[in-house]
Structures are given as C-alpha cells and as structure tokens.
Design a protein around this ligand. Structure first.
Ligand code: MBD
Ligand code: FE
Length: 285
C-alpha cells in the first residue's frame, strides 16, 4: 500500500474542495441564498470580533502578514473544508441538532461521498484483499423515538483504512474502499461487517498542519466510524462512533466526541475480532 504513504495534503485537500463544490452545485445550496439582513449582521460581527482581537492583543504587522500568508496557503492546499470542519463544524452541528430527542449526531467532516455501494442488511463493507485491520461486527437496530423499529432504514458507513486514509481522497485506493450503504431488515436490524478503524491524523503537510505545529497542538482524531442513518418520515442523522480507551477521545482535534457516542466492543465468539452493538434512534421529520 505504498502509494498511500505519499498522500499529500494538497491532494486530499483539492479532492475535498472539488467534492464539496460538486455537492453544493447539485443540491442547489448557494452562498447567495442567505438574506441581506443576516449577512450584514453576521459578517459585521465576525469583522468586529477580529478587529477587537487585533486591538486588545496588539497584533503586529508581522503577525498580520503571517495570517495573510497562511490564509492564502489554506486556499492553495484546498484545505478550507478541512479547516472549517475541524475547527467550526462542531458548533454548527450543536445548533442544528439541539432539538433532537433520538440519537446524538456529530460532525460530518470533509470525507463523505454520496452513493456508496448498496449491501444487504448483513453485508460486508467493500475492502481490498488483505485489507489491514481487525474484523469488527457492528450490529443493532434503527428505531423511531417511540420505539417502533424502522424497517428498511438506510445506513451509510465510511471510515479510514488502517493507515488513516479515506478512499477517493488519498491516491491508490479502490473507489469505494471502506464505504457502503446497508438497508436494515423488516425489524430495523442490521449487521455490518467491517474493520476496526485506527486513530486518525489529519494531514500535517498543508496549511492546517502548519497551524497545528506553529501553535504546538496535535493533529489526532480518535478512531471513528462515520454514519448517516435515515428512514422515510424521519430526520436523517449524521454521526460518528468511537472506541473506549482511545487516548484522543478526550482531546479530539475536531471536538466531535460525545459520551453517548462511545461504543462498547467485546471480543467476538470466534476470537478473531470484535463485536459491538449500537441502536440508532431517529426523530420524526
Ligand atoms: C476526518 O476523518 C474527520 O472525520 C474530520 C471531522 C476531520 C478531518 C478528518
Ligand atoms: Fe473521519
């Protein structure tokens, strides 16, 4: 798997930027749809906030120019999606999902791709022959908040490989590697066969990595599984699930861990991997 080791921030960043543009273009969501009053209010507040910091903390020309150079680099390395999703999306998600009574959501991040291969209720995620990692059986049920099983619910799962790379963003991986779509059975149940993901480090050779290094932070996210779960008449939920004992559950660079999102994996009966149970509860639309 040599090609992956040479994956560059500029490449995954450029892919993430291009994918985001495509999705926005096809969904009809445009920057111009926010009304003038709201843009005036929010943009003025952001600009004032930054000016206040400059005045309060006596920001120098040297610092101002370092910021300017860095912002240019964020664009050049295509890292606006990464930067925004790591440092701001968690607050947007908090606002968006405040009203939910069902399962907790968390951020989507920059690496979701629509249309992953359809699998049966107990299918195995697409992976390479000899894909590194320990088998993980992820099983559970999709229900409504009143407890009704949601027959035929859709579950999309995507996660990084053992080296921390996502297919379609790092080179050399099959298109749908470690991405799939499951349909729950008549009882809303699913059995997803995949691999236990490894902790994940965001690219360190781009603008985000430069900021992390300059500030003395770290680049890690805990090991995680990304999900989108949906059923007719119910609100789609975007979430992530984590593994207890991961040192980065407490200091995720993307601030996206919640106690309700921790799994409880057990050794599987055959001794070859893990089994874990999680039920998704969807709010009515
Ligand atoms: C990821 O895999 C991720 O999930 C987030 C939120 C940010 C960067 C990389
Ligand atoms: Fe991720």
């Amino acid at each position: 798997f040599d090609t992956e080791v040479t994956a560059k921030a500029a490449e995954s960043g450029a892919n993430a930027s291009a994918r985001f543009r495509e999705r926005i273009a096809s969904s009809g969501t445009r920057a111009g749809v926010v009304d003038t009053e709201r843009v005036n209010y929010l943009a003025s507040k952001v600009i004032k906030g930054l000016n206040d910091i400059i005045l309060d903390d006596k920001v120098s020309y040297e610092e101002y120019n370092a910021l300017k150079a860095w912002l240019i680099k964020v664009g050049e390395t295509g890292e606006w999606p990464l930067f925004l999703d790591v440092w701001l999306e968690h607050s947007v998600e908090e606002v968006a999902n405040e009203h939910r009574e069902g399962s907790k959501g968390t951020i989507e991040g920059p690496y979701y791709i629509e249309g992953a291969p359809e699998l049966s209720w107990n299918g195995t995620i697409p992976m390479r022959d000899n894909e590194p990692g320990t088998p993980l059986l992820f099983e559970g049920q999709v229900r409504a908040v009143d407890g009704t099983p949601l027959s035929g619910a859709k579950l999309e799962l995507w996660h990084a490989d053992d080296l921390g790379f996502y297919s379609q963003f790092a080179p050399g991986l099959p298109e749908w590697n470690l991405r799939g779509t499951w349909t729950a059975n008549e009882d809303g149940r699913f059995e997803i066969h995949t691999l236990r993901p490894a902790p994940y480090m965001i690219p360190t050779d781009g603008a985000c990595g430069q900021l992390i290094e300059a500030a003395g932070w770290h680049a890690w996210r805990p090991a995680h599984l990304h999900f989108k779960v949906s059923a007719p008449g119910h609100e789609l939920i975007t979430t992530q699930l984590y593994f207890p004992g991961d040192p980065h559950n407490e200091d995720d660079i993307a601030s996206a861990v919640k106690p309700e999102l921790l799994l409880d994996p057990q050794d599987s009966a055959d001794g070859n991997g893990f089994v874990t149970h999680y039920d998704f509860v969807l709010d009515p639309e």
